[in-house]
Design a binder for this molecule. Structure first.
Ligand code: PHE
Length: 339
């Protein structure tokens, strides 16, 4: 019995040395001190000892138990402390390390240019109106004095949904819708998406954007049109910008003009952007045709008006020196990041 007790003490002391974690400590406790532990089992055999040996063995066994329990307690405290320290170290946050900036989103160049154009026209007292992209033939063509045989009506140019309904080919139909529902004075701009059945290339896209302008009141003249467009061009491209009206034809304006601005890049000297002409065409305009006023229920004897329409994509391209309209629609992040 004494030998066995000494044997257990020896094994326990060796095992204690190797304990490295709280789990191992628990295993140790079960192995020696548990209900079926080595020391416990040995003590059960006490009954079979001669009576005079029992107190001696009992004392030794209790000594060993007390010693092991004490050791366990100390070791547990040490290991707990170590584990805590390790945990704190591994979870430590260095608050002096610079933070990671979240990537900031940016406005699409078309949105930026649109906002700028809106600001300019709102500053001149215009309001923003909108209309449907899926439009009746009536508003897109008929009420704009575009006759049935006009080339713009060709399926080559227009996406038809059926005989009466199509994807609007310009923002001009909103002129008619607004004039039908509102009495003059009218002073609106109409930004929006338009559709034409074009092959995609560097300067054509089946979807693009226009901004329409319409002013209707008593006594509106071509001088008002020139004045508004001149203020607009100077605000957009710089104070030294000049505008030039060239005679043109639109069925819904009379007289009609195409409007050029002096090249913002070379200021008229001639460069690649303006094809060495010094001028860049940016919009179509004219005095609202009396028939169009009539269609919309406005008396052309009492009122007159002017209208203009420009391509937003084209203006963005000129402003930012973008040479391919497709870039505006592909949403390539490497392109968009540059604005
Ligand atoms: N709607 C014409 C176009 O798409 C532009 C325009 C608008 C011309 C208003 C004159 C007046 O080309």
């Amino acid at each position: 019995m004494r030998e066995k007790l000494e044997q257990i003490r020896l094994e326990a002391v060796q095992a204690l040395e190797k304990l490295n974690s709280l789990n191992e400590l628990e295993d140790f406790r079960v192995r020696f001190l548990g209900k079926k532990g080595e020391l416990t089992l040995l003590l059960r055999e006490m009954g079979s000892l001669p009576a005079d040996e029992r107190p001696v063995m009992g004392r030794i066994a209790n000594e060993i138990r007390a010693f092991l329990e004490n050791e366990l307690e100390t070791k547990t405290a040490v290991l707990k402390e170590a584990e805590l320290r390790q945990k704190l170290e591994s979870e430590a946050i260095d608050v002096t390390v610079p933070g990671k900036r979240p990537a900031a989103g940016k406005l699409h160049p078309l949105t930026t240019v649109l906002n700028e154009l809106k600001d300019i026209f709102l500053g001149m007292g215009f309001e923003v109106a909108e209309g449907p992209e899926v439009e009746y033939d009536y508003y897109n063509f008929e009420a704009l004095n575009i006759p049935k045989n006009h080339p713009a009506r060709d399926v080559q140019d227009t996406f038809y949904i059926n005989d009466n309904i199509l994807l609007r080919t310009h923002t001009s139909p909103v002129q008619v819708r607004v004039m039908e529902s509102q009495k003059p004075p009218i002073k609106i701009i109409v930004p929006g998406r338009v559709y034409r059945s074009d092959e995609v290339d560097a300067t054509h896209s089946p979807i693009f954007h226009q901004i329409e302008g319409l002013v209707v009141d008593k006594g509106i003249t071509m001088g008002d049109l020139k004045g508004v467009l001149d203020v607009f061009a100077k605000a957009l491209f710089g104070p030294e910008t000049r505008t030039k009206f060239r005679p043109h034809h639109f069925p819904f304006t009379e007289p009609s003009a195409e409007v050029d601005v002096s090249c913002a890049i070379c200021h008229g000297a001639g460069c690649r952007v303006c094809s060495y002409t010094g001028w860049i065409e940016i919009l179509g305009a004219g005095m609202v045709h009396p028939k169009v006023l009539q269609y919309a229920g406005i008396d052309p004897e009492e009122y007159s008006g002017f209208a203009f329409g420009m391509g937003l994509d084209r203006i963005a391209n000129i402003k930012y020196g973008i040479d391919d309209i497709r870039l505006l629609f592909e949403n390539d992040i490497r392109f968009l990041k540059q604005f």
